[in-house]
Design a protein around this ligand. Structure first.
Ligand code: BG6
Ligand code: MG
Length: 210
């Protein structure tokens, strides 16, 4: 039975996925190529560094290590600019209520995010106190689809992987949860999240019993 719930952040609990996309698109434009929402699906859930590598491959651009570091810094400062205008209104529909219901049932809750900005964001949107464990991009060495982030999450809350369920909007994140031996609920489109055990459009569609 499920005793632990592991949540991705960007695109599952808060509407930041579009800000990541906007910043990568801006970077692509600065380097002279276009970047579509379809291409962006590949970057979801992936670390900042790995995302840049994939973006450059898409644009067929090669950069020196120093140039890469500069663009990574720039991308993050644009992203921070976008999220600094963000308020609790950008918590996705049903997310806060769903977390509250799990907590009320004694389910342990962890964050499993690739983002180094995750603690700042969950504090900003008022969800910090919900989590029994927080694994963010500063605590992992391997990007999703590697299971590391969720295995660390399950350890942080003291719940075995087989008793954990993952909530993810990224194909790479769904794969990471599966590779960790966990049940996975995809948030988004069944056509993209093909490996999830079930897919719903958002957390507002879910009741824990089911
Ligand atoms: C993931 C996002 O949650 O975090 C990715 O889905 C993002 O788009 C990654 O690149 C890293 O985030 P950050 O905030 O450390 O750049
Ligand atoms: Mg996500």
């Amino acid at each position: 039975s499920m005793k632990g719930a592991l949540f991705d952040l960007d695109g599952v609990l808060v509407d930041t996925a579009r800000y990541h996309y906007r910043a990568w698109k801006r970077l692509a434009a600065a380097l002279g190529f276009d970047f579509t929402p379809e291409q962006n699906e590949e970057l979801k859930g992936i670390s900042r560094r790995d995302s840049l590598e994939r973006l450059l491959a898409i644009g067929g651009v090669s950069l020196s290590e120093n140039e890469k570091l500069l663009w990574l810094e720039r991308k993050n400062s644009w992203y921070l600019e976008y999220i600094d205008t963000m308020g609790p209104g950008e918590v996705l529909p049903g997310a806060a209520e769903f977390l509250g219901r799990l907590k009320g049932r004694g389910i342990k809750i962890a964050l499993g995010s690739a983002s180094k900005n995750a603690p700042r964001i969950i504090q900003r949107i008022g969800l910090l106190s919900v989590f029994d464990g927080i694994i963010d991009g500063t605590k992992t060495s391997r990007s999703k689809p590697d299971p590391e982030v969720f295995l660390l999450g399950s350890r942080a809350i003291g719940v075995a992987p087989r008793d954990c369920i993952v909530f993810e909007d990224a194909a790479a994140g769904v794969q990471a949860g599966r590779a960790a031996g966990m049940r996975v609920v995809g948030i988004g489109s069944p056509g993209i999240l093909t490996e999830a055990d079930m897919v719903v459009p958002g957390l507002s569609e879910l009741v824990w019993d089911r």
